[in-house]
Design a protein around this ligand. Structure first.
Ligand SMILES: C[S@@+](CC[C@H](N)C(=O)[O-])C[C@H]1O[C@@H](n2cnc3c(N)ncnc32)[C@H](O)[C@@H]1O
Length: 218
C-alpha cells in the first residue's frame, strides 16, 4: 500500500477505521500484558485513535507513529490537548504521562528515536498492510523492541476473495508464521463478529473472525 493511498484517505475523509470510542479488546485484554504503570507503549500506524488516551489514562507514556499530518493535528485538537513541536516531525502534549506522535513512515523509524519501549498496541496496523508489507513490518517491529516487550495484537480473518482490504485478512497460520521467530505467541481470544453485524453480511461476507493475541519479544 503506497503512502499516498493513506494520505489521500485522510485528505478525503475516508477514515471509517477511526472509532468514536475506545476499543473493547483493549479494555478487556490489556491487563494480560502485565505491564507496570509508567511502561512506555508504541502504537504503530496510530491514526488519531482514542485508544492512545485510554493507554495514557492507564499510566503509560504513549508513542504513536503516523504518516498523516492531518491525523496528528486532529488527534491533539479533537482531544483538546496542547500540541508542542519537539522536532520537525515529533509532536507531544505537555500533560503527563507523555503522548508523543511521530509524523513519519513507520518503516523508517530508528530505534534511538523512540527510547525504551516496553509494549506495543497494534489495532488496524498489521491488518492495514498488504501481504508483501507484513513481513517487513514484523521485522522492523522486532528491531525496535527489547527482549520481554509485550504486544497486544488484534487481527481479522475472513475470506479475502469476498472483500478487498484494507483491512486485510490475516489468519491464524499467517500470524504464527510472521511472529514465531521473534516472539512467544499466545491467542487470548477469538470472536465471531459476523453474527449480529448486518453491515458485513450485506457486503457479502460469509465469515469474519477477530483474534486477539499476546506476543512477547524473545
Ligand atoms: C487502518 S488505519 C488505523 C489507525 C489506528 N490504528 C486506529 O485504530 O484507528 C492505518 C493508519 O496507518 C497510517 N499509516 C499507513 N502506513 C503507514 C506507515 N508506513 N507509517 C506510518 N503510518 C502509516 C495511515 O495513515 C492510517 O492512519
Amino acid at each position: 500500500m503506497e503512502k499516498q493511498f493513506w494520505l489521500d484517505r485522510w485528505e478525503e475523509r475516508q477514515i471509517g477505521f477511526h472509532l468514536p470510542e475506545v476499543n473493547a479488546h483493549l479494555r478487556k485484554h490489556w491487563s494480560a500484558l502485565k505491564l507496570n504503570a509508567g511502561d512506555r507503549v508504541l502504537v504503530p500506524l496510530c491514526g488519531k485513535s482514542l485508544d492512545m488516551l485510554w493507554l495514557r489514562e492507564a499510566g503509560h507514556g504513549v508513542l504513536g507513529v503516523e504518516l498523516s499530518g492531518i491525523a496528528v493535528e486532529e488527534f491533539f485538537a479533537d482531544n483538546a490537548l496542547d500540541m508542542q513541536a519537539e522536532a520537525e516531525d515529533v509532536f507531544s502534549s505537555p500533560q503527563a504521562p507523555e503522548i508523543k506522535l511521530h509524523q513519519s513512515d513507520f518503516f523508517e523509524l530508528q530505534p534511538e528515536k523512540l527510547g525504551k519501549i516496553q509494549a506495543v498496541y497494534d489495532r488496524a496496523a498489521l491488518v492495514a498492510l498488504p501481504q508483501d508489507m507484513r513481513k517487513p513490518y514484523v521485522q522492523h517491529l522486532s528491531e525496535l523492541l527489547p527482549a520481554g516487550a509485550a504486544v497486544l495484537l488484534v487481527t481479522m480473518d475472513y475470506p479475502q476473495s469476498e472483500m478487498d482490504g484494507p483491512p486485510f485478512s490475516v489468519d491464524e497460520q499467517e500470524v504464527r508464521q510472521l511472529y514465531h521467530e521473534g516472539f512467544h505467541i499466545q491467542l487470548l481470544d477469538s470472536l465471531d463478529v459476523l453474527a449480529g453485524n448486518t453491515r458485513l453480511a450485506e457486503r457479502g461476507l460469509t465469515r469474519m473472525m477477530e483474534q486477539i493475541w499476546k506476543l512477547e519479544r524473545k
